[in-house]
Design a protein around this ligand. Structure first.
Ligand code: C5P
Length: 224
């Protein structure tokens, strides 16, 4: 059944990697394919939401009926996200945002000089933490945590530090989970820190299960 559990909600989703330029022809990025974020956008739309997909550079076709905002750098993704902060009901941070960016992109191609090159990287803004910090009582904020060990402890800590309501945690060392694969296995950490382990699912199936589970729990929580 496709009950429209997100009818009337505006869901803003960040997806994909970011690209931090070094010079006109080079950049720093990561292995994110954007699949999880795009699957969430598609599922949220199907469940009745107005969807805004803030996407880093990926090779996926955006789902129909979704507003797409294309960005490259973490700083651009941050500004795009902030521009929606008054308007979202749910914010889902599924992007793999680069934690560092070159302090300044060179205007011209960096030439090799036969000696080592040192890059100075500066931290990028933490989009999820800033959205969490400014969260209003009616807004629901959902983050992702890709971990390699102590998944639950790190995910719970991340939920608190970023003031998120929900954290979707996965162990990226597990086969079939994480970057650039079609499937994912996650543990969902809720507002009361309870952990719900979900089975190995395709990212499309997982997106729908996550949204339905959270929608149900939020309806209950907010009715209390
Ligand atoms: O801190 P860490 O990167 O492990 O947290 C992951 C979560 O934070 C993800 O939901 C990711 O989209 C979000 N994030 C962000 N902006 C950053 C770094 C991470 O929104 N600069």
């Amino acid at each position: 059944t496709t009950e429209a559990v997100l009818q009337g909600k505006t869901v803003v989703i960040t997806a994909g990697p970011t690209r931090e330029p070094l010079d006109p022809v080079r950049f720093l990025t990561n292995r994110s394919s954007g699949r999880m974020g795009y699957a969430l956008a598609e599922a949220a739309r199907r469940l009745g939401a107005e969807v805004v997909l803030i996407s880093g550079p990926v090779s996926l076709t955006p789902p129909e009926g979704v507003t797409v905002v294309r960005v490259e750098r973490a700083e651009e993704m941050y500004r795009a996200a902030l521009s929606w902060r008054e308007r979202f009901d749910w914010f889902i941070a599924a992007a793999a945002v680069s934690d560092f960016a070159p302090a300044a992109a060179e205007g011209r191609k960096i030439k090799k000089k036969g000696e080592p090159l040192t890059l100075t990287l500066v931290p990028t803004p933490d989009i999820l933490a800033e959205i969490g910090r400014g969260k209003r009582p009616h807004q629901t904020v959902i983050g992702f945590a890709a971990e390699t060990h102590d998944v639950l402890a790190h995910a719970r800590k991340k939920r608190r530090e970023k003031n998120a309501d929900w954290i979707v945690a996965n162990d990226v060392t597990e086969p079939g989970a994480g970057f650039d694969v079609e499937t994912n296995r996650v543990v969902l950490i809720g507002p009361d820190d309870t952990a719900t382990a979900l089975p190995l699912l395709s990212k499309a199936e997982l997106a729908e299960v996550l949204l339905r589970t959270i929608a149900q729990a939020e309806a209950r929580r907010r009715a209390e």
